[in-house]
Design a protein around this ligand. Structure first.
Ligand SMILES: NC(=O)c1ccc[n+]([C@@H]2O[C@H](COP(=O)([O-])OP(=O)(O)OC[C@H]3O[C@@H](n4cnc5c(N)ncnc54)[C@H](O)[C@@H]3O)[C@@H](O)[C@H]2O)c1
Length: 392
């Protein structure tokens, strides 16, 4: 059923919260059919200045400092939860109990028990509950998936993926929630969760993990003098130091249900690479590559043409590819999009779900966030055991 208007709030005014706030702002301008009126109601953050400042900058009506006020607000229908992972469950459960539609950031929760409780809470609610695997909105990644599903390159044989960042390289960078929690809650949950989801999005389900290694390179970090937002490597710090509790990097292999093999690495200490997600997919009769630094294209190789000019070709994203036509003001090849646009596409898809429209593929339900967490835990168990660990 289509609501006459949808009131939106974002909880968390940090790095990704601002991307959500911007996403809802632009979402009604995209695609067809038109959405109901979208009211940008509130940005909530425990840091009051961040809440009111972000609300003002992004055109929301007010700032809030307690998520409970968002849950209780009659003018809010739909909420993004964009805070530290350990806070997701309490806030999501409270919002769902209050009848709000919820888009929760990845990873869904820090533990399987929390994620299972969130799945159960979503099951008790008639509201929409979805998890934000933003890279599913990438036109290039979705285009590669489309080619795999059409059988254009045959059965996948080998997916080799990385998500490499450098935000943890500088040991003077402050401690934050990203460095707290046990094994698996570091680079694996923060960025490896995206990589695992993208791999399954393209190649289908992963059945087992083996050969995992977790490594912590920077063992302790200084305590910041003020609020820390995002990766915050440049924040002012004190002389006090706290231990880093989780991994800076992880590598592992995986077996897909299709029989394909996966090789993966995720790192927050990849010097010189601020945000490098990429993969190579080799299949029986072709191959595809993706590099986030060149988000508006992908590499593709198949059986033709013959001879001296055969090989990988650069495919520019255009209206023939998923999510792109109508998703950009100028939607022709060469007018690139970037990661920020993926949050806009995601916000649009979520609002369509809330409005009862089905133009775009829906945002994944909590069950898929729980599954992603089971993969993460399997990687951790593989690292502990040194052997193959079935998922589940
Ligand atoms: N999809 C993506 O590409 C992507 C990118 C970055 C982060 N994320 C996810 O988004 C979430 C937030 O990450 P971030 O980098 O924006 O974190 P951040 O540290 O930059 O921001 C978190 C914000 O939450 C606020 N906060 C803390 N406790 C709160 C509470 N109880 N109520 C309201 N606000 C509170 C903090 O003051 C801070 O402003 C995480 O789950 C992360 O994994 C997703």
């Amino acid at each position: 059923m289509t609501a006459s208007s949808i009131g939106v709030a974002v909880i968390g005014a940090g790095m990704a919260g601002r991307a959500h706030a911007a996403g809802y702002r632009a979402a009604p301008t995209l695609y067809r059919p038109e959405l109901p009126e979208i009211r940008l109601v509130a940005v909530c953050d425990v840091d009051g200045a961040a809440a009111s400042g972000t609300a003002k900058r992004f055109g929301y009506q007010r700032g809030e400092t307690d998520w409970r006020a968002v849950a209780a607000a009659p003018d809010i229908d739909s909420v993004s939860v964009v805070v530290a992972n350990r806070l997701h469950r309490e806030i999501v459960e409270g919002l769902l109990a209050a009848g709000k539609h919820v888009l929760c950031e990845k990873p869904l929760a820090p533990s399987i028990a929390d994620a299972e409780a969130m799945v159960a809470a979503a099951g008790r609610s008639t509201a929409t509950a979805a998890v934000g695997f933003t890279f599913r909105r990438s036109p290039a990644i979705a285009a590669i998936k489309q080619q795999v599903e059409r059988g254009a390159i045959g059965r996948p044989v080998h997916f080799n993926g990385h998500y490499w960042c450098d935000y943890g390289c500088d040991p003077r960078g402050p401690i934050s929630w990203r460095y707290k929690g046990g094994p698996g809650s570091g680079a694996l949950s923060d960025i490896g969760s995206h990589l695992l989801d993208a791999a399954e999005f393209v190649c289908g389900p992963i059945r087992s993990i083996r050969g995992a290694t977790l490594a912590t390179v920077v063992g302790e970090r200084p305590v910041p003098l003020g609020a820390v937002v995002g990766h915050a490597a440049a924040a002012a710090v004190s002389d006090e130091r706290e231990p880093v509790e989780n991994e800076d990097l992880v590598t592992f292999t995986a077996g897909f249900a299709s029989g394909a093999t996966g090789t993966f690495s995720a790192s927050r200490v990849a010097f010189g690479l601020p945000n490098a997600l990429g993969f190579e997919l080799f299949a029986e009769r072709g191959a595809a590559t993706f590099d986030l630094a060149r988000a508006g294209e992908f590499g593709f190789a198949d059986g033709g043409p013959d001879g001296a000019v055969n090989g990988y070709r650069q495919v520019l994203i255009g209206p023939a590819h998923p999510n792109f036509a109508g998703g950009m003001a100028m939607d022709f090849p060469g007018c690139n999009y970037g990661q920020n646009d993926l949050f806009v596409f995601q916000a649009r898809a979520f609002l369509e779900q809330v409005a009862g429209l089905d133009h775009l593929p829906p945002c994944p339900p909590f069950e898929e966030g729980l599954h992603n967490l089971r993969l993460i835990k399997a990687v951790v168990r593989s690292a502990e055991n040194g052997g193959e660990v079935p998922v589940g």
